[in-house]
Ligand binder design. Sequence first.
Ligand code: SF4
Length: 213
Amino acid sequence: MESLKKKKQRAEKIFEILDPLYTTEKTALKYSTPFELLVSTILSAQCTDERVNQVTKVLFKKYKGPEDFVKAPISELEEDIRPTGFFRNKAKSIKACSQALVEKYNGEVPSTMEELIKLPGVGRKTANCVLGAVFDVPGIVVDTHVKRLAKRLGFTDNTDPDKIEKDLEKLLPKDKWRRFSDLLIYHGRAVCKSRKPDHAHCPIFHLCPSKEI
Ligand code: SF4
C-alpha cells in the first residue's frame, strides 16, 4: 500500500502540473451576494452551472433576499426553480434555509463551517463553496468530479464525501486545498471524464494508478 508520504509527493506533483493548465476557469455560478451563492449552490445539485445561471438570472430579480423566499408560496418557488431538477426538495431546502437565516442570523449568511452546516439543505460541499468563494476560508469541495478523481488517483478508498474531504486534506497544505479541488473539477470536466477518461492525453498519466481503466 502506498504510504501517505508518497501520496503527498504525488499530490504535489499533480498540483504543479495541473495548476498552470487551468488558469481561466472560474466557479461558473453567477451571484452577487453570499446568499445568492448559497441558493445557487443548493440549486446546482445534479444540475449544470449553466442551467442554474439561467434560472437564477430571473430568480434573483424576483427574490431579493431570504425574506422573499420565506414569504413565497412553496408551489410558486417550485415552479420558479423547476428547470434545475429535484425542484421540490430544492424549494423545501431553500425555504427552510432562508427561514433559519432570517430567524437566527438577521438574514445574513454566517461565515463558519459549524454554523453553515446547521442550516437546512446545506452540507459540507455547499458550505465549503460558500466559505471559499465568499469568505476566503480554505476548504476542499467534494463534488462528483472530485469524488471520481480522488478515487482514480488513488487518494481515497472512501465513498462518503466528508471522508474523502478528510483524505484529501492530508495531502496538501491548507492554502492549496481550494485550488486543488478546483483543479480536480476542471480536469474531471476536460480530460478525466466519468465515462471515457482520456488517458492518452492526460498530463498526469504517469502519476495515476488508474490509467488502465
Ligand atoms: S490517467 Fe486517466 S484516470 Fe488517471 S487522471 Fe488521467 S484521465 Fe484520469
